[in-house]
Every structure is written in C-alpha cells, then in structure tokens.
Design a protein around this ligand. Structure first.
Ligand code: PEP
Length: 249
C-alpha cells in the first residue's frame, strides 16, 4: 500500500522570510503526523532556512532542480550533494518548465535522475504531454518516450527509489485539470509500462503523482483513482490554507 504524497512546488515564489513563515504555519497546522507524506519544494535560497523550520516535523523538503555533476565549473548550478547538505530528501526533475523553457532533454533528465539517486535523494520525475500531442492522439507515445529516455539504464532497484509525476503540460498553471478519468488512463499506462519492464511488484509500489491545476476542490476525486497516489501541486500550494486542506482532504 503506497502512502499518498502531497507535494507543493513553489517554483520561483516566496522570499526566505515568507518561506519560513509558511513552514512554521504548516508545522503548527500538522500537530499530529499526517496520514499523507507531505513535501514542499521552495526555491534554492530558502532551502536551508525551511529545513530548519521543519525540524522535528514529518514534512520533507525537495529542491526544484539540480545539476548532474557532483561539483565543478558550472556557474549558477547546484549539485545533488549540496541539496542534501541543505536538508533536502527529494528533488523535482524534468518539470515541464525545465523541459520547455530551459531545453532539458530526456537524456539530460536521465543523468539528473542518476545524480539524485547516487546522492540518496528521491527524485520526483515529471513527465507529460503537450496539448497538441494529446490532440494528435500521441499521449501514450510521448509518455513512453519520456519514460524510456529518463529511465534509460535504470534497474528495478532504482525505480524503487523514485516517484513519478504525470503532469499534462496543458493542465499546468492553466486552471484546466485533466478529468480524473483522463488522468487515471495515463497513470494506468505508466503502471503497466513499469510493470512490463521492472516487474509487477516494483510497479505496484511506485508512487505516481498527478499534477496540473490541482486545488482543494478537485483533489479528492483525483486521489480516488486507483493509480493516482498523490499530487504535485503548483499554484494552490502557495497558500497555506489551501495546502493544509489538500493534505487533509
Ligand atoms: C506544477 O508546476 O507542477 C503544477 C502542477 O502547477 P499547477 O498546480 O499550478 O498547475
């Protein structure tokens, strides 16, 4: 049985002071350990301060990206080891904004996933199709290509240490959510694909999150789908009341 995960991706939002204020508020709101795993992904600048604020709570910390090299001449980049030192347990990799705005390819994402695992960080591996790909009936082909490329040379042991997030690009930040049925269809495809490659047991234990305009209003129905094990939430995770509602729904 997979423990549902609610992860908040803050993107390039919140100052350090705002992030710490949110973390303290969240810690106070979750007096008893929540039934769901809760993860928050602040911007890099706030990671260490938020890690300190969450100390003693069950909330986990994620970064939003990493560089695949352990160190070196990569101006402006951050390694997996640095993230771990700052208090991260997770890292989002392959988010559609990284793919479309920063040119990340499946091959690059594969190297980033490997770097995260090597540093004992749990990657939240994001995949999802564009609107024109869905409309052209290519959703499964796109998802398969992203899975194949991102997970190239991975073993079932590796798969046991990562989380997949299905995020249809047309639903991110647009207010258009995939219907629970549309989301479940793709999640089932991911479950079957991973079962064929890595075995039924590994696939059954793989947490597959849905992301794309998830809010307190639509989360319950999405989480009722058999292959949806949680949510990766952008906009609605920035407001503490809505985030707490989604954790408890
Ligand atoms: C995201 O950025 O991962 C996301 C799902 O954003 P939103 O919830 O705002 O659509």
């Amino acid at each position: 049985m997979i423990r549902p995960i609610i992860a908040g991706n803050w993107k390039m939002n919140k100052t350090i002071a705002e992030a710490v204020g949110f973390a303290e508020g969240l810690k106070a709101a979750l007096k008893t350990p929540p039934a769901r795993e809760v993860i928050v992904a602040p911007p890099f600048t706030a990671l260490q301060a938020v890690a300190q604020a969450f100390r003693g709570s069950a909330v986990r910390l994620a970064a939003q990206n990493l560089h695949e090299a352990p160190k070196g001449a990569f101006t402006g980049e951050i390694s997996a080891g640095m993230l771990q030192e700052a208090g991260c347990t997770h890292v989002i990799i392959g988010h559609s904004e990284r793919r479309t705005l920063f040119g990340e390819t499946d091959d690059r994402i594969n190297r980033k996933l490997r770097a995260a695992l090597d540093a004992s960080l749990t990657p939240i591996f994001c995949i999802g199709e564009l609107l024109q790909e869905r409309e052209a009936g290519e959703t499964e082909a796109v998802i398969e290509r992203q899975l194949k490329g991102g997970l190239n040379n991975f073993t079932s042991g590796d798969i046991g240490h990562l989380v997949v997030a299905y995020e249809p690009v047309w639903a991110i930040g647009t207010g258009k959510t995939a219907s629970p049925g549309q989301a479940q269809e793709v999640h089932r495809f991911i479950r079957r694909w991973t079962a064929d490659r890595y075995g039924k047991e590994t696939s059954a234990e793989l947490a597959i999150l849905y992301g794309g305009s998830v809010t307190p209003k639509n989360i319950a129905e999405l989480l009722q789908q058999p292959d949806i094990n949680g949510a990766l939430v952008g906009g609605a995770s920035l407001d503490i009341d809505s985030f707490v509602q989604m954790i408890g729904c």
